[in-house]
Design a binder for this molecule. Structure first.
Ligand SMILES: Nc1ncnc2c1ncn2[C@@H]1O[C@H](COP(=O)(O)OP(=O)(O)OP(=O)(O)O)[C@@H](O)[C@H]1O
Length: 318
């Protein structure tokens, strides 16, 4: 059995309004107790996760585990950093500390206590392979751990990030409520748009697309199951498209989504599960990737399933 001699911690102390910082404090107290060497690498601004993870992966120091403490956005950046490095298969440990934490929910990570999770990460001999997605376009190439959305959910992310109440609600651990109130704002402002999908030898045209989500596992927005059938271990991505609907039809669909997931059977919803597909929208729409804003674009993206190795205590088929 090889013994871990050092933990390189990538910390976004800002994530989850202090949640990540608290988790890191507990973890480092534990590492001090067991006299295990560690170093904290703080992300100070957007993009630092990519840079730090790339640098650490390039070092390839034996018996060192890299552990990310932050939210989905931080983990997204660290995965992209490792993939950009000379050692793109370098495993990452992860201790969730965000406000939404959709990735840990999606992979059914059972351990919530950061110290217990750190103990499990230390005891793992082999990393686990988990699906991630890759989206590539003329000026865009990124891996994602949760989903990429175009239109409605991306507008919701935009309004949530720009809302004065977000920090306040996050402090009260009500990040999901913040998302929900901004979702109502997006209902008023998000227009229908044109979307074309290529999958296999087939094409599908939508004259009035409204919600478009390419997803690796069921959740977005801090626990909303946009596609309850998505599975981050089946080597497929799922695509959910909801046509523009208004009034009670929308409310009914939303209540199905929030309760039993029967929205997938609704006639206004189209859904596929595949290892690749292409999406093109017009005119420009908001995009979101793992809860982070993408500017408004006429996206032209090819999606394909990929995988990454994680130091995480989950069964092979969760
Ligand atoms: N020191 C920092 N100060 C401000 N923002 C930071 C800092 N470090 C990283 N960031 C940015 O914080 C953003 C949010 O991070 P992250 O997604 O991890 O947390 P979260 O939004 O609380 O969690 P979740 O996505 O799970 O809801 C990311 O865009 C990241 O680039």
């Amino acid at each position: 059995m090889t013994k871990t001699t050092k933990i390189e911690i990538i910390l976004n102390y800002h994530a989850g309004n202090g949640h990540a910082k608290n988790a890191c404090k507990k973890v480092t107290n534990f590492l001090d107790q067991i006299s295990l060497d560690y170093e904290i690498h703080l992300t100070k601004k957007d993009g630092d996760g990519v840079r730090i993870a790339k640098e650490l992966a390039n070092q390839q120091t034996p018996n060192v585990k890299i552990v990310v403490i932050g939210g989905d956005g931080t983990l997204n950046q660290c995965v992209n950093g490792v993939k950009e490095s000379n050692y793109p298969d370098t495993p990452l440990g992860y201790i969730p500390g965000g406000s939404g934490n959709d990735f840990s929910r999606g992979i059914k990570l059972k351990i919530k206590n950061p110290v217990t999770l750190m103990q499990s990460i230390l005891s793992l001999e082999q990393p686990r392979k988990i699906d991630i997605g890759k989206a590539t376009g003329p000026t865009f190439s990124h891996y994602f751990i949760n989903n990429i959305g175009i239109g409605f959910d991306a507008s919701t992310v935009y309004y949530t990030n720009h809302s004065a109440r977000k920090e306040f609600l996050n402090k009260l651990r009500l990040g999901t409520l913040s998302y929900l109130t901004n979702l109502l704002k997006a209902v008023k402002r998000q227009p229908a748009f044109v979307l074309d999908v290529d999958y296999g030898q087939k094409q599908k045209h939508f004259g009035s697309a409204y919600i478009v989500v390419a997803t690796n596992h069921p959740y977005f927005g801090g626990g909303f199951a946009i596609d309850p059938t998505a599975n981050p271990f089946n080597h497929h991505l799922n695509l959910v498209i909801v046509k523009k609907i208004t009034g009670m039809t929308f409310v009914k669909l939303l209540s199905k989504l929030l309760t039993d997931g029967s929205h997938l059977q609704d006639k206004n919803v189209w859904h596929i599960e595949r290892n690749d597909f292409t999406l093109r929208n017009t005119p420009k729409q908001f995009g979101q990737m793992d809860g982070e804003e993408l500017d408004k674009h006429e996206f032209n993206l090819h999606f394909q399933v990929d995988h990454h190795l994680f130091w995480l205590p989950i069964k092979k088929e969760a």
